[in-house]
Design a protein around this ligand. Structure first.
Ligand code: ADP
Length: 565
């Protein structure tokens, strides 16, 4: 049987078949083995009996050869009478005297006897046996060694003649010499027949018992083991098909019944969990609906916010531009008193601050909406840095601040949004110049670091305390330091810087020491992906008005649209 067939038979078949075959084969093997051993032992014992028989026959045979005359007839009769009552296995034996060096055909050793005689002579044995299965015979060889009386007679020719012996006297005969070997032939046919019957019976019993055990085990396995298992399988299939109310019913009072109870308990738990899940799903559905409603409301809110920002931009910026424009105009008039001039200057600065605040709020709203448009283009970071710093040189000179730009030459693969970088740098440089006292130093650096562009703006200004270093990036937050408070500002610049840095795939970090200065480091991707982000939904008017941090020019004097009176 091939390995596959064997595996299929025992490994990949039903439990019933597996048990039946394994048990049947095991029992058959066991019984065959034990019966075979038993038969061997019995046969050995039977052959042992043949040896004993040969041994027992030796003496009467030799004795009968010494009987002569009338006595011989009587002994022979008596013997035949006795042997008539013997069992069949013993009847028909024959005996022959064999003499080692005899040339007489009646006592000469046959070819099968020679090795035996040789062994007897060499090993000084008293008896030997030989089986001849072809002849259905068993041969017993018993030695006759010369005793005192034997020598007295067989060595003396006269005595031999007196006894009428056919055999010649042997004057050299000494005590214990080998005089001959008696070969007794016993038929093994009745024994063999007995063995055959015995074997047939044993094999039949082995097969019969194995079959009975297979049948018994089949019934036990089928009705005690497989039936409940099948039932459990049917119930599981019904459950898998959606019939959750079905339950297993096994009443065998054994472990299968326990299993069935455990199975039913598990089912009950499952249905409970399912009910709970159904409720949870219903809850979840309700929440999703709610969320959708809230989302819609948020969407609507967002739309309203955009509308509001657009309106605010339009409604505030126009009059503000007029206010700033006309106050500028007023300031240039020559007939104003000193007080009037101061008032006009106040109007202009207030208006400019308000405009900057509106611009910052709109800018942040646009960034936080995450829909700011990017314009990646090849650029030179050094030029961007220089351009931003140039805007603050007059202010720096006024305060006698040393404003320096240090820039490494960047590779040709730089692609960034120059406008946004400009916005970041102007915010940082403006702060640095603003918060650095007279005679200080502000340095703007541009460098490349692997796949990043790194801009640092450091100053020797007032610095920011450690606990405020995170806060300053939040909206409308300013450091508590009175020296920075004096400078005014909206508190939105750094929030815008942080959002812009994120937008350019980077971040901004701050290192500062109170009283010693601050360093802002902006790290952005050196190469922006080409795909533009979605557009912010503010009106074009708003977008146009909020270009890259540069405050829109004040409305020229005499603007008709929103001019005073
Ligand atoms: P604004 O400058 O308009 O107040 P920012 O968001 O740009 O708003 O800055 C927030 C605050 O962070 C500032 O008010 C100031 O207190 C602090 N700050 C920013 N930059 C510096 C700097 N270079 N040195 C010291 N303090 C700074």
């Amino acid at each position: 049987m091939s390995y596959r067939a064997f595996k299929r038979l025992l490994g990949e078949t039903s439990l019933e078949r597996k048990c039946r075959w394994l048990l049947g084969a095991g029992v058959l093997l066991l019984m065959t083995g034990s019966f075979w051993a038993y038969a061997r032992q019995t046969e050995h014992l039977a052959y042992g009996q043949l040896e004993t028989t040969g041994r027992a026959l030796l003496s009467p045979i030799v004795a009968k050869w010494h009987v002569r005359g009338e006595l011989y007839g009587a002994v022979d009769d008596f013997q035949k009478q006795l042997e008539g009552r013997w069992p069949d296995a013993l009847k028909g034996y024959s005996a022959q005297l064999i003499q080692p060096d005899s040339t007489n055909p009646t006592t000469k050793a046959g070819p099968d006897d020679l090795p035996i005689l040789h062994r007897i002579e060499l090993e000084q044995k008293d008896e030997e046996f030989r089986q001849a299965p072809k002849e259905d015979a068993f041969y017993y060889y018993g030695t006759i060694r010369a005793g005192k009386s034997c020598v007295g007679c067989h060595a003396d020719p006269d005595k031999m003649a007196q006894q009428g012996a056919a055999e010649k006297a042997n004057p050299d005969l000494k005590e214990n010499d080998l005089m001959g070997v008696v070969r007794v032939r016993l038929s093994t046919q009745p024994l063999q027949e007995g063995f055959h019957t015995n074997r047939a019976l044993l094999i039949s019993f082995a097969i019969g018992t194995s079959l009975l055990i297979i049948a018994g085990s089949y019934l036990i396995i089928r009705y005690v083991i497989v039936k409940p298992v099948k039932h459990l399988k049917e119930v599981s299939e019904a459950i898998a098909a959606g019939e959750l109310n079905i339950r297993s019913e096994i009443q065998t009072g054994d472990e299968f019944e326990d299993l069935s109870h455990a199975f039913n308990r598990m089912l009950r738990n499952l249905t409970n969990i399912q009910d709970r899940n159904k409720k949870l799903i219903a809850d979840l559905d309700r929440k999703v609906d709610e969320l959708a409603r809230v989302n819609m409301a948020l969407f609507e809110g967002n739309r309203l916010k955009s509308e509001f920002l657009s309106t605010m931009s339009h409604e505030l910026r126009n009059p503000l531009n007029s206010i700033i424009g006309f106050s500028e105009h007023l300031l240039s008039a020559e007939n104003l008193t000193e007080k009037q001039h101061r008032y006009a200057a106040n109007i202009m600065t207030g208006g400019q601050r308000l405009l900057a605040l509106i611009n910052d709020i709109l800018e942040l709203a646009k960034l936080e909406a995450g829909k700011m448009r990017l314009h990646p283009e090849p650029l030179n970071p050094a030029a961007v840095c220089e351009h931003a710093a140039a805007m603050f040189r007059p202010q720096a000179e006024k305060k006698n601040i040393d404003l320096k730009v240090v820039a490494e030459a960047a590779g040709p693969s730089v692609r960034q949004d120059a406008g946004k970088l400009h916005q970041i740098l102007t915010n940082l440089i403006s702060n640095a110049v603003k918060f650095t006292p007279e005679g200080g130093r502000v340095t703007a650096k541009a460098a490349t670091d692997g796949n990043d562009l790194v801009f640092t703006v450091s100053d020797t200004g007032v610095g920011i305390s450690p606990e405020e270093q995170d806060l300053v990036f939040e909206k409308f937050r300013q450091a508590a330091n009175p020296m920075t408070r004096e400078q005014g500002g909206t508190g939105l610049g750094l929030s815008i810087v942080r959002e812009l840095a994120k937008l350019l795939r980077g971040d901004v970090t701050l290192h500062s020491e109170l009283g010693r200065g601050s360093t802002f480091t902006v790290r952005v991707a050196a190469r922006l992906a080409d795909e533009p982000l979605a557009e912010f939904e503010l009106s074009d008017e708003v977008n146009g008005a909020m270009n890259a941090g540069t405050p829109p020019a004040a409305a020229p004097a005499g603007t008709e649209t929103a001019g005073p009176g």
